[in-house]
Design a protein around this ligand. Structure first.
Ligand SMILES: C[S@@+](CC[C@H](N)C(=O)[O-])C[C@H]1O[C@@H](n2cnc3c(N)ncnc32)[C@H](O)[C@@H]1O
Length: 350
């Protein structure tokens, strides 16, 4: 059984990916400082030991006891986002990650055999990235780096992210490749599994008559690296709970502000913009809106965004979590499908 530690665990995207790949695993600790995220995590994974702690606050002794086989982590991305100040290692939000790289991994006798890290695209130019590579090289980890987005796999959502998968080797590695790959193989099994989870609903005549540009080579996609045949890319329709949803419609004032700056798609779309943590708060650049069959404009619901992230069908947000909070947590989370593909590749090569 794979002993996994989920660091910066948020709402458990990494946990869902372990499940999706059908690995025989046990989460021995899930660590995050955000009580709202932890509440959602605990309500979905009541048996996983979620800890409301800072990563920096966990002793080396505790790490030795955990004796983890794999570290899964999504350190905070604000120090590296293009919209932010890009303070990199000077931003205190990197403290947890720096602590892992400088004070835990080098000292740890029971080092994890595997590491998987997710972050925003742009991380690859940071000092934090260099610290990661230096630390991995010093401890004989073979690694591969990727920039991938779900839209490449036919999932109608752009979410270009940096990923690194690493495996510790017994002997030193002579040369390390600095290339960042934008393609990956070995995803067919998971694609088929995804289609069982979100089967094609087909489009009615009315739905089909919508003139949505269904090409995925559009302005929001990572167009040169599409990995599936055109007929394998999936309609947004298959991820919807229902076409109409009055509770999520924009009011007059919102329509006035939002219509000019927002990307609006229909059920016929095979794409959508990346949903950020500010979805529902600001319009521009935070994610697509949806035009219903009755020509109403509405937000995607948190559950629909969770579907686009390929979270489990039974994944839920507890009642006390507001819609805004759910959007924010989902915006910080990840594509379960893409992490699943990386896990599949990490273990295939082991
Ligand atoms: C990018 S999000 C990770 C999201 C997660 N992968 C998911 O699926 O929801 C980063 C998380 O790190 C947490 N965090 C930030 N600094 C931390 C620290 N020093 N120790 C523990 N958690 C921290 C934040 O609360 C946030 O939930």
């Amino acid at each position: 059984m794979l002993r996994a530690v989920e660091l910066f665990s948020g709402i458990g995207g990494m946990h869902c990916a372990l499940d999706f790949v059908d690995l025989n695993y046990e989460i021995i600790a899930a660590i995050d400082i955000n009580p709202t995220a932890n509440l959602v995590y605990e309500s979905n994974f009541p048996n996983a030991p979620a800890m409301n702690r800072t990563i920096e606050g966990i002793s080396l002794n505790q790490w030795e006891k955990w004796n983890a086989d794999i570290w899964l982590m999504s350190p905070p991305c604000q120090p590296f986002t293009r919209q932010g100040k890009q303070e990199d290692l000077n931003d205190r939000r990197t403290d947890g990650f720096v602590h892992l790289m400088k004070s835990i991994l080098p000292q740890l006798k029971a080092k994890p055999k595997y590491i998987l890290l997710e972050n925003v695209s742009g991380f690859e130019y940071s000092q934090a990235h260099q610290l990661l590579l230096d630390t991995l090289q010093a401890h004989n980890y073979y690694y591969e780096q990727y920039l991938l987005s779900p839209i490449q796999f036919g999932i109608p959502n752009s979410r270009l992210r940096f990923y690194l998968i690493a495996k510790q080797q017994e002997k030193p590695i002579e040369t390390y490749s600095s290339s960042i790959l934008t393609r990956i193989s070995n995803f067919e099994r998971l694609y088929n599994k995804l289609r069982q989870k979100f089967p094609s609903k087909g489009l009615s005549l009315e739905e089909n008559s919508l003139h949505e540009n269904d090409q995925i080579t559009d302005r929001c996609s990572h167009s040169s690296e599409i990995l599936v045949q055109p007929d394998q890319s999936i309609y947004i329709n298959d991820f919807l709970i229902s076409n109409e949803n009055q509770d999520f419609e924009l009011n007059e004032k919102q329509l006035e502000r939002g219509l000019h700056v927002c990307d609006i798609i229909t059920c016929h779309a095979k794409r959508s913009f990346c949903f950020t943590k500010s979805y529902g708060k600001y319009f521009e650049g935070t994610g697509s809106l949806f035009r219903t069959l009755s020509n109403r404009i509405r937000y995607f619901t948190p559950k629909e965004i969770a579907n686009l992230h390929c979270f489990p069908l039974n994944y839920q947000f507890p009642e006390q979590i507001t819609t805004r909070q759910a959007y924010s947590l989902l915006g910080n989370s990840l594509s379960v499908f893409v992490v699943g593909v990386l896990l599949e590749n990490l273990f295939e090569r082991s």
